[in-house]
Design a protein around this ligand. Structure first.
Ligand code: ZN
Length: 80
């Protein structure tokens, strides 16, 4: 997975077959149903990374995204 950009949007779903859209987490490779739209995910990306599109980033589940952001913050802390 990319070590620079990520988004998340999703909720683990027990009934994947009933979901209209699913995605695979780039980090843990589990399959999740989308709990919000790509438009919302893209808005979050812009807030986080400036002018990044969903196509350019990895999509993570909420757990992996939280880990990713914690790692980013600790890296930034070392730089400062
Ligand atoms: Zn994950």
């Amino acid at each position: 997975m990319s070590d620079s950009m990520a988004t998340h949007s999703q909720l683990e779903c027990e009934n994947i077959s009933e979901m209209s859209e699913v995605f695979t987490c780039e980090s843990c490779n589990r399959i999740f149903g989308k709990s919000r739209s790509d438009v919302d995910a893209e808005q979050e990306l812009r807030d986080l990374w400036d002018n990044t599109t969903v196509e350019e980033c990895v999509v993570l589940c909420d757990d992996c995204f939280a880990e990713f952001m914690a790692k980013m913050e600790s890296q930034q802390g070392k730089l400062n």
